[in-house]
Design a binder for this molecule. Structure first.
Ligand code: BTN
Length: 257
C-alpha cells in the first residue's frame, strides 16, 4: 500500500476558501517544507489566469508548500515536476486503455477531457512555492447554468472508469509521486527523465493547436505544437514555418477552417 511520505505534514480541513491561500498563509507563518493542505471543500478555488476552479465535494483540493534553498533553480521548473507526477498518479487509477496526456504546461487530459489543473504560487525571493493541484476524483464539474466556466471540457476519474476512490487514496499516491519526481529534479534537474516523460505525454504534439492569450478577447495564434525548448517554453510552428516561443497561455484544440 502506498503511504504518505514521511517528510509530508498533512493538514486536513473540512472547508476552506482556497487550499493555496491557506498554504501561503502557513508559509508566511513559518510552516515547514512539505506542509500539505487538503480540504474536503473549497468555496473560493482559484485557477490559472484568475479563473475560478469549480470545486465539488468528493474532488481533491491539494496544496503542497515547498521551501527552496538558495541554490535551487527557479520555481517555474516545478511546473514540470508537478505535471509528470500528477499524470503518473492519474494513470495509476485508470484503466490502461485510457489515454493520459499533459496539456502544456500542466493540465492533465484524459481522452480529451480535463481532469486536473495546477496553480503554482510563491517566489524564489520568498524562498517557497505552493504547488496547488485540483483533481476531479468523484465528480465531473458543471457550470450550473452559467456561461461555461471551462476552457476545456472536464471529466472525473470516476466517470473515466477509476471506480470509487476516496480523496485520501488520491492525495497519498499523488504525494508519493511528487516526492519521487521532486527527488529526481534535485538530482538531475529537468533535462533528464522529467523532460523525457513530459515530452512523451505532451497533448497534441506535432498536431495543430490554438494558443489563447486572452480567452475573453479571443486573442489566439494557431499553429503546430512543436514541443518544448530547454526552458520548457512551448514551441509553436506558424503557417509560414517560423517558430514562436510561448511563455504563458492556454493551449486549446484548433478551430476548424
Ligand atoms: C487551472 O487549471 O487553472 C489550475 C487549477 C488549480 C486548482 C487547485 S485546487 C487546489 C488549489 N487551490 C486553489 O485554489 N487552486 C488550486
Amino acid at each position: 500500500m502506498v503511504e504518505l511520505p514521511n517528510n509530508f505534514k498533512l493538514k486536513l480541513y473540512e472547508r476552506v476558501g482556497s487550499t493555496n491561500t491557506v498554504a501561503k498563509e502557513l508559509a508566511e507563518e513559518g510552516a515547514p517544507s512539505f506542509t500539505l493542505v487538503v480540504s474536503a471543500e473549497q468555496d473560493g478555488g482559484r485557477g490559472r489566469f484568475n479563473r475560478q476552479w469549480v470545486s465539488n465535494r468528493g474532488n481533491l483540493f491539494y496544496s503542497l508548500l515547498i521551501r527552496l534553498d538558495i541554490n535551487t533553480p527557479m520555481l517555474h521548473e516545478l511546473t514540470f515536476v508537478t505535471a509528470v507526477a500528477t499524470a503518473q498518479t492519474i494513470k495509476s487509477f485508470l484503466p490502461s486503455e485510457r489515454s493520459v496526456s499533459i496539456k502544456w504546461p500542466n493540465d492533465i487530459i484524459v481522452d480529451d477531457h480535463k481532469v486536473s489543473g495546477a496553480l503554482l504560487e510563491g517566489s524564489s525571493d520568498a524562498g517557497w512555492v505552493v504547488i496547488g493541484i485540483g483533481i476531479n476524483v468523484a465528480v465531473t464539474p458543471t457550470s450550473a447554468g452559467a456561461a461555461s466556466l471551462f476552457v476545456h471540457s472536464p471529466s472525473s476519474l470516476k466517470d473515466l472508469g477509476g471506480g470509487d476512490l476516496s480523496i485520501e487514496d488520491v492525495y497519498t499516491r499523488l504525494s508519493a509521486d511528487i516526492n519521487e519526481w521532486y527527488e529526481e529534479w534535485l538530482k538531475a534537474g529537468l533535462s533528464g527523465r522529467i523532460f523525457r516523460e513530459f515530452k512523451e505525454l505532451l497533448w497534441r504534439k506535432g498536431q495543430e493547436v490554438r494558443v489563447s492569450f486572452n480567452a475573453d478577447k479571443g486573442e489566439y495564434l494557431q499553429g503546430i505544437n512543436d514541443g518544448i525548448d530547454e526552458k520548457g517554453c512551448l514551441l509553436l510552428r506558424m503557417p509560414d514555418g517560423k517558430q514562436k516561443t510561448i511563455t504563458a497561455a492556454d493551449v486549446l484544440a484548433p478551430l476548424p477552417f
